[in-house]
Design a protein around this ligand. Structure first.
Ligand code: DSN
Length: 464
């Protein structure tokens, strides 16, 4: 088949980079290798396939396109309009939404956009506290959301489950204009209908930030907030395995009137994304979001979502069998949060594991006496391992390796001590596991061969 424009410049771009900027080329190459050879159990990590990566690198990036499809402020947007409409249509189908805005640069911006569209400074918001599993943008004092608005919080009960009773008490006491739900380190099902019922009782809007569980929601493996919440936000790079960026979605409330009764909620969000919060959209990212949404519509994504969930359950179960306390008693999604043994903090444990090729992140646990920089827990997630095709047996091995490292790690004056031969042994097992289950972009020998051929052809062309 004749090589297309895109294939030609992508190959040429890589060759040019290699020849003209070997320093940067080397950094990128080594980063690729690091990803390929590390066992990422970072709950917020995903993984893109080669087609999403290629779309991000497409020449469509050169288009400046303020506005929306059919209503741009610049000429030359014919194909950008088509790509954005495709992303919107596919995202609507994936989530069963009536309105989608595909332009937000990230989920934090998406959350701020919803807040800016509804609230005035000093208004009250009710969100899950950061140290209970919420997100910075849900009202943390360190974030603009906690500085601009009067933020009150809710958290977990003694079993580590969302305390819906406390959420309602706080709502009745403080009469927030917005209730934010969605979490970053909560492993159980979120009852969005129950939260909407509280919001209706006090006249609040609901924002569901499903950044962590969007893939499970898309696959129907976790209840959907699309019609329960007034607004749903999600990033596109974690469990949707797309490019860096975000979506704002609305379900049955798309045509409901906003606070002053003059505009609908979808109209409010449309003008809040642009021009209130953002200027030119990242058109290449929007195109890649369309590609990612296309992949989510494939039947194989449902299988992946089930594997994500069952792999996390295996991680939690294996930890419990080894005597670790899993917060919340288990998991219903991709997240497993557990308490570290006394004497080990999250910072030391994370660094020791990374030294062995296993990537996790330190995380505060409910009632933690340590701060976020050290923390007493680790958060694991099964997205990336599942994407690589790993299953129960590999999750069993992962916990065996983690347990081995944690049992042999000693804190040592701000650093850690770990036997070198043990590190070597664990590293070897991780590398073997990762090579057996490559990242999607490394997993296609046929296409990889084709790529090498075209890259060689390009080298010949350049040499001429
Ligand atoms: N919110 C952070 C996390 O959950 O890790 C980054 O996306």
């Amino acid at each position: 088949m004749k090589q297309s424009h895109i294939e030609r410049y992508l190959a040429k771009g890589i060759q040019t980079l290699r020849h003209e900027d070997p320093e940067l080329f080397d950094i990128l190459e080594r980063e690729h290798e690091r990803q390929s050879e590390s066992l990422s159990l970072i709950a917020s990590s995903g993984g893109t396939d080669a087609s999403v990566l290629a779309t991000v690198g497409a020449t469509i990036v050169n288009v400046t396109a303020e506005g929306y499809p059919g209503k741009r402020y610049h000429a030359g947007c014919r194909f950008v309009d088509m790509a954005e409409q495709l992303a919107i249509d596919r995202a609507k189908k994936v989530f069963g939404a009536q309105y989608v805005n595909v332009q937000p640069h990230c989920a934090s911006f998406a959350n701020h956009t919803v807040m800016q569209s509804l609230l005035s400074p000093g208004d009250t918001i009710l969100g899950m506290s950061l140290d209970q599993g919420g997100h910075l943008t849900h009202g943390s004092p360190a974030n603009l959301s906690g500085k601009l608005y009067k933020a009150v919080g809710y958290g977990l009960d003694s079993k580590g489950l969302i305390d819906y009773g406390q959420l309602r008490e706080q709502a009745l006491a403080h009469r927030p204009k917005l209730i934010i739900c969605g979490t970053t380190s909560y492993s159980r099902v979120i009852d969005f209908d129950r939260i909407r019922a509280v919001a209706d009782e006090v006249g609040a809007y609901v924002l569901a930030d499903i950044t962590h569980i969007a893939g499970l929601v898309a696959a129907g493996v976790h209840p959907s907030p699309i019609n329960a919440a007034h607004f749903t936000t999600t990033c596109t790079f974690k469990q949707l395995f797309g490019p860096r960026g975000a979506l704002i979605l609305i379900g049955r409330d798309a045509e409901s009137k906003g606070p002053d009764g003059s505009k609908t909620l979808s109209q409010i969000i449309q003008s809040a994304v642009f021009p209130l919060m953002q200027g030119s959209p990242e058109v290449h990212t929007i195109a890649a979001k369309a590609r990612a949404m296309g992949r989510l519509l494939e039947p194989s994504f449902r299988e992946l979502a089930h594997r994500i969930k069952s792999n996390a359950a295996t991680l939690a179960h294996e930890l419990q069998l080894r005597g670790y306390e899993v917060i919340g008693g288990g998991t219903d999604n991709h997240i497993v949060l557990f308490r570290l043994p006394a004497g080990l903090n999250g910072e030391v444990a994370t660094r020791a594991l990374e030294h062995c090729g296993i990537l996790v992140n330190k995380n505060k646990i409910p009632g933690d006496f340590r701060g976020a920089a050290t923390a007493s827990g680790l958060r694991l997630g099964s997205n990336t391992a599942s994407l690589r095709g790993m299953g129960k047996e590999q999750m069993h091995l992962a916990i065996e390796l983690i347990d081995t490292v944690l049992r042999h790690t000693r804190s040592d004056q701000g650093g850690f001590e770990l036997d070198e031969s043990l590190r070597h042994q664990v590293n070897g097992s991780v590398r073997e596991l990762c090579r057996a289950y490559p990242m999607p972009y490394d997993a296609l020998p046929q296409r990889h061969g084709d790529a090498i051929e075209s890259h060689q052809a390009e080298e010949v062309a350049l040499a001429r």
